[in-house]
Design a protein around this ligand. Sequence first.
Ligand code: Q46
Ligand code: ZN
Ligand code: ZN
Length: 310
Amino acid sequence: MKCRTCGQKAVVNMRQHKLALCKEHYLEWIPEQTDRFINKYRMFNKEEKILVAVSGGKDSLSLWDILVRLGYKADGLYIGLGIDEGIAYSSESHRLTQKFAEEHQLTLHVVDMEKEYGHSIPVMAELSHRGKGRPCAVCGLTKRHAMNRIARDLGYDVLATGHNLDDEAATLFGNTLVWSTEFLVRQSPLLPESKGLARKVKPLCRFYEKEMTAYSLLRGIEYIYEECPFSVGSTSIYYKQLLNELENERPGAKLNFYLKFLEARKQGLFALAVVEPAGLNICPTCNQPTSAPGECSFCRMVHKAKADEK
Ligand code: Q46
Ligand code: ZN
Ligand code: ZN
């Protein structure tokens, strides 16, 4: 297999794109494509301040790396979840993120759950009785809250996350199985800023997970190989397996599933589902927008955890 650009030996062969590339040209192709997606979906421009949510995994570190290589103003945000589970998951992912930031002389903000709110994610989940043994609901709520707070307080224009095509296709598949129109209408590479919530973008949403793995390995990015221990056995991992079986038989099926959805969405397939939240309210504790009057669900959770502690 030869590189399409230079004819040297290819190291990556992408059946779904009928494209093989050598190391040098693959490491050029990924940022070029990313920039194309950023412009196509009008995510942000070179003047805007971008906050990248970095977890220490391959996708978010690669995203940070790509944005900086492309000349965008991108700082990082690491959220210390306090997940150990015998593999020191959080401390190891924090160490690798810190290392990446230092080596590239980048600015990294850190929010430590335990220091700022008194409890790690697993403890918070237990104390607030949410999530039935899995802290993911609490974790998701916390991450959204912290990202939005830092973006607002430090004046970032946009929040970028490292979701890849496999993540997006699995979410889409899950939402389609139950025809969850309210989620389908909001699933997009770009969510514009609205009522105090920062603009959110997913510049890697059209790359297969294996393309991101290849990028991070060829770029020599050191990332945490382990997935979060709480992701084991999750529905999204099951959906990813199903979609991979489909992809093996029909290369390109996953990308088609996602892109055709974006097209249908753009043409207004889910437009009727757009229900504006009835007059967004402001949480009196953290000043972030919330759908119901009174404290937001994050602040209620923190209070409940504090009350139950006593
Ligand atoms: S939600 Fe759940 Fe993830 Fe949080 S607790 Fe781990 S698996 S990190 S994307
Ligand atoms: Zn080449
Ligand atoms: Zn609040």
